[in-house]
Every structure is written in structure tokens, then in C-alpha cells.
Ligand binder design. Structure first.
Ligand SMILES: NC(=O)C1=CN([C@@H]2O[C@H](COP(=O)(O)OP(=O)(O)OC[C@H]3O[C@@H](n4cnc5c(N)ncnc54)[C@H](O)[C@@H]3O)[C@@H](O)[C@H]2O)C=CC1
Ligand SMILES: O=C(O)/C=C/C=C(/O)C(=O)O
Length: 518
């Protein structure tokens, strides 16, 4: 590959056996777009196109939905016993695990994530499949008895073709977070991965084939959001859409899905606060908040990208945080020593650098501020720390989605809460204090879908995952995912001689008394 940009970059090896073209996968076949269109895929380090991907449009989505529809209406998948589907999905998990090194290599090359973190994300993808494979077997549906008269129970059914639209920040893992529950519950799917990072998604086809997922159950359409993604959202044969991405895109999808009254689940952007009280264990708080904002290159929806620190420990915290941020190893994604790799795409690098320029006028820069000295140019951005950032600053309010943090002092618990809640987002919050009452009180009032108290962002797949305000709509995780991907039909059964004459015994409500017998 030729580095025609002239930028100085740390180059890693190009993975062996890259595909000559990234194609759609429809009805068990790898296919080009109906009109033959393609788009260039860049890798973040070389910043030049390394492959072309099929650019899906409405006709490609039509073909994929027809395949998924056929598999749903005529194929065995929705009709299989949960334990049989579960066995197949455990095989998917086994295969993901057995290919974790290859997955990490491709993901790191395509997205710029540090290889060690990409490996962790590949293993998490396998875990997502195991978790939902087990959950559908363990699933107990509700039943309600009216003694001697009525048995009422819930009949869960898959909904149909699920449209899954995913972002580029940790692509394979976030695809698995949707694929696993959608498939475990018996739906068929059309996946539209992010156009910046289509490479790892192409591995799904082989994995599903080898695991024994029937043809047509999994379909994949690559392409731009406004073309392939939009066509999937508007397709009348797709009754539900699970989307992860920017809040602005979520709003658009909400509007475009409205005419069809689709089921929607939206995991959107964030500007999550990490609140450090004066009584916190500062060693743990500094270590966790540095990781919390700079891991996954800072391209992380749950990043603690605003740190609020109580005035008594503000100077000490800031000094220690900045020092640790300067020690974070920025380097080529393939290097196991790297902690922050290359940002995903030149357009995204420009966005992050623009915010850093804005930050210079809004706060005081104490670390980073652009490409690191040893890697000038290219897609590397040093962990960047702004302090004394006022709450109306753009770098305090807006999602940057890169290795940039805004630190702001506060005095009282009430000030901390007002600052934490003073943005449009509400995805996550992190609280550091040794006062349990204060921690729980804060958690009750903070506007965030998820709160971690004295904890790293440790995930428990059984818990609800999602945000409030501009950070999302609905929750996935555990049984919430099962609820989203299934219809819950209530079946009411009369027992014994329960049938009673009707018109003759109208209740004061004018209908049968639904409270009868309880
Ligand atoms: N809350 C959460 O769980 C997470 C949220 N995110 C958010 O994702 C964003 C970064 O990802 P991006 O890929 O830049 O987001 P994005 O919104 O630009 O794109 C996400 C996906 O939507 C597609 N898309 C774009 N326009 C569309 C349209 N009009 N109709 C249908 N699909 C469309 C894209 O092609 C891509 O596949 C950040 O805001 C981040 O916070 C990322 C990870 C997790
Ligand atoms: O842990 C999950 O299920 C989702 C994580 C999504 C992110 O992008 C993140 O927090 O980085």
C-alpha cells in the first residue's frame, strides 16, 4: 500500500487473506449490489482505500428482506424448540471464540482499536451468544390462574424480520449484542453494519453457516446509512428495528419508521459524568476515570467524558489524572502495548481535532491537544485533558466520541447533580465516594440509564442497558431483549364448566367482571 497522504503514521502489517471485495450475504450467497455499486473502505492507519464494499440500496434491502421473510415464514428457525436453537447459538459462540485472534486482527485493522481491546471485544461477542442461548432455554413465561375458572398465560412468539443497524466503534461486539437475542428468540434478520468498518461483519456468514443456522435466517447488507440503512428502516416487511448510533440518526429513524409503527429500540449517544467526591478512594477513581474515557480510543458511548470533581480534591485529582493521561500508550493498533490506537476515519479525526480547537478557547489544556509528538499526522490523537471547563462549554455539552475529557469542579452534592444532569444526554454515570448513603442518593436522582458506583464499567448482561433523554429509547439486556424481540400474546382459557350466560349477568361495568375470582 502506498501512503499517498504523506502523513507520518505508524503502520502495522496488513492482515493476510483480506477479501478482494466485501459483499452482501443474502439467502446463503455472497452477492454484489443489484446495480454493482461499491464504496471505498479505508483503514484508519493507512488512510487509503484497502478494499471496496458493496453499496446496498433499496433493491438490495428488498432482496435481503425477501430472503429473511421466506426463512421466517417457511423455514425451521422460528419453529425450532428453544433448546435446539440454543445449541446452534452455542456453536456460534464456540466458533467466535475459536476465531477470536483473527477477529481481533481484522477489527483492529479496520477500526483502529488497540489489538488487546479488540480481542476482549471478540470474546465479549461470544459471551453475548452464550448468554442469550442460555436465557431462552431458561425463559419462564407468566401464567395467571383464577381458581376453578380461568387460566391465563403468555404465549411468546418471534416477530419476524428484525432490522439491525450498528455503529463502527466496536462493530463485531455490537452486532452480536443484537444478533444474539434476535436469533435466539426465533426471528430472522437483516444486518446493516457501519460503512466505516464493514470487514469483521463479513465473518458472520461463515460462522453462521458452520454452526448450522438455516439459510436465509441471517442476511447482511452493506452500504451507506442514508441508502441501505434508510431502506431497511422504511421497509414495510421489517416490523422491528434495533439501532445503535448517534442521537441525530436515531431521531431520523424514529420519524422514518413512524408510518409503519415499527418496534424500535435505540441505543444512542452519551456525555456521561464521572463524579468524584472528596471522600473517594482517589487512586481507584483516577485509574478508573482514565480508563473510562480513553479505552476503546474514547470512541465509546458510555465513556465518562465529563469528570466532575469536588473542590477539596480538585487540584490533586487534576494533577494525577493529567499525569496518568500522559502515560497512556498511544500507538499502532496491532501493537499489544498500545492503549489508544488510531481513530476510525479521517473525517472522525477532523471532528475530534475541531473539538480540541474549540476546547482551547473554553477550558485549560493540561494534557494532549492533538497528535502525539511521536506520531504526528495520521489518525492518532493523544489523550487530551481540559480542566476548569464551564458547563455551558461545547466540550462539556456535546459528544466528541474521541480521547478528550472535560474536567469541572463542584462544591456541594446538589451542584454535582445539577452539573451531571445539565446536558441533553443520559446514558451512564459513574460515582466515586466512600459514603454509601451519598452514592445511592446520587444514583436515585442522576438522569442516566446506568450508574456505576465505585466501579469500572463492568457489564452484567442480565441488567437493562440503555439511556434516557437523548441517549436512547427502550432498554436491551437480559429479559428486556427477549421482550423487544417477541410478541407477548395473552391467552385466556376457561376451565371446567366455566362458561356462564353472558348478557343475562352484566356487571356494573357492563362487561364481565375481570376481577372475578381473584
Ligand atoms: N448507546 C449505545 O449503546 C451506543 C451508542 N453509540 C453511539 O454511536 C455513535 C457513533 O456511531 P456512528 O456509526 O457514527 O453512528 P451513526 O448514527 O452515524 O451510524 C450508525 C449506523 O446507522 C446507519 N445510519 C446512518 N444514517 C442512517 C439513516 N438515515 N437511516 C438508517 N440508518 C442510518 C449507519 O450507516 C450506521 O450503520 C455515537 O453517537 C455513539 O455514542 C455507539 C455505541 C453504543
Ligand atoms: O457493553 C455493551 O453491551 C455495550 C457497549 C457499548 C459501547 O460502545 C461502550 O460502552 O463502549
Amino acid at each position: 500500500m502506498d501512503d499517498s497522504s504523506g502523513a507520518v503514521t505508524a503502520r502495522g502489517p496488513v492482515p493476510a487473506d483480506l477479501p478482494d471485495r466485501i459483499r452482501h450475504y443474502v439467502g446463503g450467497e455472497h452477492v454484489d449490489s443489484v446495480d454493482g455499486a461499491t464504496f471505498d473502505v479505508l483503514d484508519p492507519v493507512w488512510r487509503t482505500p484497502y478494499v471496496q464494499a458493496a453499496a446496498g440500496k433499496a433493491a438490495d434491502v428488498e432482496r435481503a428482506v425477501a430472503s429473511a421473510r421466506r426463512a421466517f415464514e417457511e423455514g425451521p428457525w422460528p419453529r425450532m424448540l428453544p433448546r435446539d436453537r440454543s445449541r446452534v447459538l452455542h456453536r456460534v459462540a464456540d466458533l467466535v471464540e475459536s476465531r477470536d485472534a483473527r477477529l481481533a486482527e481484522l477489527e483492529s485493522f479496520d477500526s483502529g482499536l488497540p489489538i488487546t481491546q479488540a480481542l476482549g471485544q471478540a470474546r465479549r461477542a461470544a459471551e453475548n451468544f452464550r448468554f442469550f442461548a442460555d436465557l431462552v432455554v431458561a425463559q419462564v413465561d407468566d401464567a395467571y390462574k383464577v381458581p376453578g375458572r380461568q387460566l391465563n398465560y403468555v404465549n411468546r412468539r418471534p416477530i419476524g424480520v428484525a432490522g439491525l443497524i450498528t455503529p463502527w466503534n466496536t462493530p463485531f461486539m455490537l452486532e452480536s449484542w443484537k444478533l444474539a437475542p434476535a436469533l435466539a428468540t426465533g426471528n430472522t434478520v437483516v444486518l446493516k453494519p457501519a460503512e466505516f468498518t464493514p470487514l469483521s461483519a463479513s465473518l458472520w456468514a461463515g460462522i453462521f453457516e458452520e454452526a448450522g443456522v438455516p439459510t436465509g435466517v441471517f442476511n447482511l447488507v452493506h452500504g451507506l446509512g442514508e441508502e441501505a440503512g434508510d431502506a431497511l428502516v422504511r421497509h414495510p416487511g421489517v416490523p422491528l428495528v434495533s439501532f445503535t448510533g448517534e442521537s441525530r440518526t436515531g431521531q431520523l429513524i424514529f420519524a422514518n419508521a413512524a408510518p409503519h409503527l415499527k418496534g424500535l429500540s435505540m441505543e444512542l449517544g452519551g456525555k456521561s459524568p464521572a463524579v468524584v467526591f472528596a471522600d473517594a478512594d482517589l487512586d481507584a477513581a483516577v485509574d478508573a476515570t482514565v480508563f473510562g474515557v480513553f479505552s476503546l480510543n474514547g470512541e465509546r458511548c458510555t465513556a465518562g467524558s465529563r469528570i466532575l470533581v469536588q473542590r477539596e480534591v480538585y487540584d490533586e485529582f487534576v494533577g494525577r489524572f493529567a499525569e496518568q493521561a500522559r502515560r497512556v500508550v498511544v500507538g499502532p493498533p496491532h501493537d499489544p502495548a498500545t492503549e489508544v490506537g488510531a481513530l476510525v476515519h479521517p473525517e472522525h479525526v477532523e471532528k475530534v481535532l475541531r473539538y480540541i480547537e474549540i476546547g482551547r478557547t473554553e477550558g485549560r489544556l493540561v494534557a494532549g491537544g492533538g497528535p502525539p509528538d511521536h506520531l504526528p499526522g495520521g489518525s492518532y490523537v493523544a489523550p487530551t485533558v481540559f480542566v476548569d471547563v464551564p458547563p455551558d462549554a461545547r466540550i462539556f455539552q456535546e459528544e466528541i466520541f474521541g480521547p478528550v475529557v472535560a474536567i469541572t469542579p463542584f462544591d456541594t452534592d446538589a451542584d454535582a447533580l445539577a452539573l451531571a444532569n445539565g446536558v441533553r444526554y443520559g446514558l451512564a454515570a459513574y460515582v466515586w465516594t466512600n459514603d454509601l448513603r451519598r452514592a445511592h442518593t446520587f444514583a436515585q436522582s442522576v438522569e442516566a440509564g446506568m450508574v456505576w458506583l465505585n466501579s469500572n464499567n463492568v457489564r452484567d448482561l442480565r441488567t437493562p442497558f440503555g439511556g434516557v433523554k437523548a441517549s436512547g429509547l427502550g432498554h436491551e439486556g437480559g429479559y428486556r431483549s427477549i421482550d423487544f424481540y417477541t410478541h407477548q400474546q395473552a391467552v385466556h382459557v376457561a376451565l371446567g364448566d366455566a362458561h356462564q350466560p353472558t348478557f343475562g349477568r352484566a356487571t356494573p361495568h357492563g362487561t364481565h367482571d375481570e376481577r372475578e375470582g381473584r
